[in-house]
Write a new protein. Sequence first.
Length: 215
Amino acid sequence: MAVPETELMLLALYDFVPVALGSLGALFVARRLNRTMAYIGAAMVAAGGVGKAVAKLLSALGAGEFDQLSGMLFPMMGCGLIILAAGAWECRINFLGWCCIALAALGIAVPNVQGWYLIAVIGGTTTLYLALGRHALRERDSTTLVLLVMTVATYLLGNLARSEQTVSLQWIEQTLNTVGQGAFAAAAVRQVSGHARAGRTPGAMPSRGTAAPNT
C-alpha cells in the first residue's frame, strides 16, 4: 500500500527534531571541553544529521535521491562523536581530530565504505555516554545520570526499531530517537550549567583533583 505523500513529508520534517537536539547536546559537550577541535567535532555531528535529514526531506518532496547528502551521516557523525568522546575522556584531541576529519572526508568520497562508519557512530556514542556518566557520578549529579540512562535505553530501543522499515516503525524509531537525543541534550546542558555554578573554568572535564591539559 502506497504511503501518503503528506505522511512522508511529516516524517521527514520530524527527522529534524532529534537532529537539532543531538546537535545541541554535542555543542554543550564541546562548550564544556572548551577546545577548538571539540567544536569542530560537534559541527561534524550536526552536519551529518542535517545532511541526512535534508536528503530525506528532498526525497519526500519528490526532488530525487541525494545519496551524497544522506551518505554524510555515518562518516561525519561517527568521526565527530569520536572527537568529543576522546575529549570527554581527557585525551589530547588535536592530532586525533585531524585524523577523524580526514577519515570523514574519505567516507563521504567513497560511498562503498560508509557502512563501516556505523562502528564509529556506535563506539563514539557509547564512549561519550560513559564519559558523561562517569563525570555525573564524580560530581554526585543524580539528575544527569538518570538522563544518561534514559539516553542509553532509548538508543538501544531505537536499534530494535530499525529491524523493519515500515512507516509506523519509522515513527516509533524517530520518537525514541527524539526522546534519547532530548535526554542527551538535557544532560549536556545540565553538566555545563553545574560546571558554571561551581565556578570552574571551562576546559577538559576534570579528573580526580587534577585538570586535564587544554589541548
